[in-house]
Ligand binder design. Sequence first.
Ligand SMILES: Nc1ncnc2c1ncn2[C@@H]1O[C@H](COP(=O)(O)OP(=O)(O)OP(=O)(O)O)[C@@H](O)[C@H]1O
Ligand SMILES: [Mg+2]
Length: 330
Amino acid sequence: MSIVVAGSIAYDYIMSFPGRFREHILPDKLDTVSLSFLVDSMRRERGGVAPNIAYSLSLLGERPRVMGTVGQDFADYRAWLEAHHIDTSAILTIDDDFTASFFCSTDRENNQIANFYTGAMAKAALLSFKDQDPASIEMAVISPNDPTAMVQYVRECHELDIPYLYDPSQQIVRLSGESLCEGISGAAVLVVNEYEFGMIEKKTGLSLDEITDLADTVIITQGAEGSLILSAGERYEIPIVVPRTLAEPTGVGDGFRAGILKGCVHGYPWPVAGRLGSLVAAYVLEQHGTQNHTFTLPEFVHRFRAEFGTDKTYEPVLKHLLTFAKENNA
Ligand SMILES: Nc1ncnc2c1ncn2[C@@H]1O[C@H](COP(=O)(O)OP(=O)(O)OP(=O)(O)O)[C@@H](O)[C@H]1O
Ligand SMILES: [Mg+2]
């Protein structure tokens, strides 16, 4: 049984320009813009929501399957995922295109100029949960991706009776109120940040109460304020773990979702699952990039106890994690 994470798979190209963009933009020549910036550093980071979530799940001892479309430039990324025990059998290569790529240049004043090329991600609807042996799927994740594919995956999960975590986040702007409503209805879990929740209320016209009636569990993340879990009439406020250093916030939401998913598939109580999410998020914040953090399960459990203390709700889960670590060599 496995967790199948469907979502974007991308490379992030991060460049830095040692000057100031504004000194090279000529306001009286805006009808014939021709700008080129010589950048002095470039990093290529592995990104995309699906591998980000899967990577943290693998640190938590799971063997998730990523489902998504990539291009001809994906070979080394695939090898990296496989080296981290992530099943790449549902990653389809589109030979005549490139993997979705985010190109971002930052100047010395932190101004940014960016382009996002969708590339192979536009073909995500070629993939289907029907081809994934539905009975082997413990839980699906429907994360930001080509909007048509996202709508299709929701329908497939409904039809095949696959429990799913609905994570529309950045693509809320591209989904209709109707599609969002369809995605929320019957979701095992809806996870969004506060701002995204506001957009969902506006686009669907649904209230918080109506949304909690449609999805089994609703999780609203609030950045450094923590998160709120609403499930079966209960309300749990989940605190954060203060990171030891703050390297870069990118990917924090994806790390949080990995903790939540670990809790879902093992039936951990929500106050514990939420805290697993908070702790994974802290590890992500402490590194640059979205897949450069690392921990072993015994280290993770040790830090969990140091952060949250030993509580009778937490201990059975922490013991399970340690046993799981031994059995799975994690
Ligand atoms: N500054 C922080 N310090 C500690 N924990 C944080 C911080 N920011 C976020 N988190 C943790 O990560 C969770 C998700 O964060 P947030 O609400 O910012 O998600 P997001 O806006 O979807 O992030 P992303 O930028 O990855 O899309 C929070 O609920 C919290 O547990
Ligand atoms: Mg997010």
